[in-house]
Design a protein around this ligand. Structure first.
Ligand code: GLP
Length: 261
C-alpha cells in the first residue's frame, strides 16, 4: 500500500485527481470506478478544472459507480446517479451513455446485479477505482461482516451508516435501509485502487484499514490484499496510524528512490 500524506483536504483532493488524470492521459479509453460521499467532492472539482483548463479529455472514458440506494431513481436528489451528474458528469465531456451506476430500482435485483458485473467485465475491467471509507471501515456499502469475496448485490445498511448519511436527507427516516453495492471481491479486481480519507472522524477506520488485521469487520482492510492500492490522507485522517512517521519518511525519500515505473 502506498500511503500519500497531504497537509489538508485540498492538497489531498489534488493528489487524488492527479492519479486519476494520469490514468486517463495514459489510456483515453480508461474505465474509471467512481465513488460518492463528501470526501471525493474536492477531487471531482479538480478533475473538472483539469478538463476545463488543461483539456483533460473524458470523451473515451467509461465509468462504473460503486453503489446506489434501493428505491431511489436517478432523478431523486439523494440518489447516487443524481450526485454524479451534479458533481462531475455535467461538467466534463464524458459520454453519459458510458456512465454506469448500480440499479436502485429493479424487478429482479439478482439479475440486474449480475448484469452490472458482466458490464464491468465486458468493458475490460476497472482501471482505477476511487473509494471513500465509512466511519465503520466500509468501502462502497460493504458493511462490517460483508464477505471479502462478495460481488455486486443487495445489502442492508447498518444504523451507524444510516446515521452518518442522515445529514443528506430531511429526516433520518428518509435514509433508505437497503442498497445495491459492488462487492469487496468486485472492488479488488480493479487494476488500481485509490482510497481517500479526510478528517479526524476517519482516523480510527483508516488505522484499522491500513494497519489492522484483514477482516470483514473492516472491509477497507481488504485493500491490504491488493497489489496496487494508494491511500490518500490528510494529516487528521492519519492521526491514529502507528507507522505514520515511516509513511512520511517514505514520501520524503520518494524523489531519490530507484525508479519502479
Ligand atoms: C457512503 C458511501 C461510501 C462512502 C461513505 C463515506 O456510505 N456508500 O462509498 O465512502 O459514504 O462518505 P463520506 O465521504 O461522506 O464520509
Amino acid at each position: 500500500m502506498q500511503v500519500v500524506i497531504s497537509a489538508d483536504y485540498e492538497e489531498m483532493s489534488k493528489a487524488a485527481a492527479g492519479v486519476m488524470a494520469k490514468v486517463v492521459r495514459d489510456k483515453p479509453t480508461a474505465v474509471l470506478g467512481l465513488a460518492t460521499g463528501s470526501t471525493p467532492l474536492g477531487m471531482y472539482k479538480e478533475l473538472i478544472r483539469l478538463h476545463r483548463e488543461e483539456g483533460l479529455d473524458f470523451s473515451g472514458v467509461t465509468t462504473f459507480n460503486l453503489d446506489e440506494y434501493v428505491g431511489l431513481d436517478g432523478s431523486h436528489e439523494q440518489s447516487y446517479r443524481y450526485f454524479m451528474t451534479e458533481n462531475l458528469f455535467k461538467d466534463i465531456n464524458v459520454n453519459i451513455d458510458s456512465t454506469n451506476v448500480p440499479p436502485g430500482i429493479s424487478d429482479d435485483f439478482k439479475a440486474s446485479c449480475a448484469a452490472y458485473e458482466e458490464k464491468i467485465r465486458d468493458a475490460g475491467g476497472i482501471d482505477v477505482q476511487v473509494l471513500g471509507i465509512g466511519s465503520d471501515g466500509h468501502i462502497a456499502f460493504n458493511e462490517p461482516s460483508s464477505s471479502l469475496a462478495s460481488r455486486t448485490r443487495l445489502k442492508t445498511l447498518t444504523q451507524q451508516t444510516i446515521d452518518d448519511n442522515a445529514r443528506f436527507f430531511e429526516t433520518p427516516e428518509d435514509v433508505p435501509v437497503y442498497c445495491v453495492t459492488m462487492g469487496v471481491g468486485t472492488i479488488l479486481e480493479a487494476k488500481k485502487l485509490i482510497l481517500l480519507a479526510s478528517g479526524a472522524g476517519k482516523a480510527d477506520a483508516v488505522a484499522d484499514a491500513v494497519e489492522g488485521p484483514v477482516s470483514s469487520m473492516c472491509t477497507a482492510s481488504a485493500l491490504q490484499l491488493h497489489p496496487d492500492s494508494i491511500i490518500c490522507l490528510d494529516t487528521a485522517a492519519m492521526g491514529k496510524l502507528q507507522m505514520r512517521e515511516y509513511y512520511q519518511w517514505v514520501q520524503d525519500k520518494r524523489p531519490g528512490a530507484p525508479r519502479w515505473d
